[in-house]
Design a protein around this ligand. Structure first.
Ligand code: SF4
Ligand code: SF4
Length: 225
């Protein structure tokens, strides 16, 4: 899940300063799970805008705003409402904001698209009062098959592929003693699976061209039938 947290309302208001009529676009995917951009949060923000002197031309919540097809399905029937908006505020991850902008541009509507959220990564949960942990940095060359399903790229402070570094103490990371050493976790997991021998092999450096920006994906075949 792409984790998102709300921007302070004052920051959102500053972003829409000078724009009177606003459209609010949420996301019924990750942002809904995070309680940051589902239909409830869209309605709340729309209400807050009105209380602060704005008008709301549109308030909608596509199923997955990061996905072009789902966003088009919801926004295209609302072209007239979007044309009335001076700015659009998206309650979704950075990807959702950009897809919403792209879809609106494709409708020949020129309007600024702003974000109401901060995206914080691929998290396991985002529950108030609970610690959320990043799970994956989408490196494009997954090594979880070799590491017992625990990602050292994300969870080792140094991103070591052939850990541990030697600095762990009592199972905790030398960089941050509050968190578990990823390589101790990997070792324990592999031991539980009876696969410790697999850790003896050297893991080759990753192909960093796969994470060079801007990443593109061309799907030419299905690998699994
Ligand atoms: S190795 Fe780690 S960062 Fe790379 S795809 Fe797998 S889980 Fe994600
Ligand atoms: S102590 Fe463990 S998690 Fe921390 S940097 Fe070293 S190998 Fe990585």
């Amino acid at each position: 899940m792409i984790g998102t947290i709300p921007k302070p309302f004052e920051e959102i208001m500053a972003a829409v300063d000078g724009y009177d009529a606003l459209a609010v676009v949420g996301c019924d995917g990750c942002a809904k799970v995070c309680n940051t951009g589902g239909s409830d949060q869209v309605a709340e923000l729309a209400e807050k805008f009105k209380e602060n002197g704005k008008t709301v031309a549109l308030a909608v919540t596509p199923e997955r705003t990061c996905y072009v097809g789902k966003t088009e399905t919801v926004l295209k029937p609302h072209a007239d409402d979007l044309k009335k908006a001076d700015a659009v505020v998206v309650l979704g991850c950075g990807g959702a904001v950009q897809i919403a902008r792209q879809v609106i541009e494709s409708m020949d509507i020129t309007v600024p698209v702003k974000t109401g959220l901060d995206s914080v990564g691929h998290m396991d949960t985002l529950v108030m009062g609970e610690l959320a942990l990043e799970q994956c940095q989408e490196c494009g060359e997954c090594i979880l098959n070799e590491t017992g399903g625990i990602c050292p790229v994300t969870k080792c402070a140094k991103g070591l592929l052939n850990g541990p570094c030697g600095g762990a103490e009592n199972g905790k990371c030398e960089v941050d003693p509050e968190r578990d050493c990823a390589w101790v976790l990997i070792y324990e997991r592999m031991a539980a699976l009876g696969e410790l021998d697999k850790l003896r092999r050297f893991m080759a450096p990753k192909d960093y061209s796969k994470i060079s920006k801007h990443r593109k994906l061309y799907i030419s075949e299905r690998r699994v039938a």
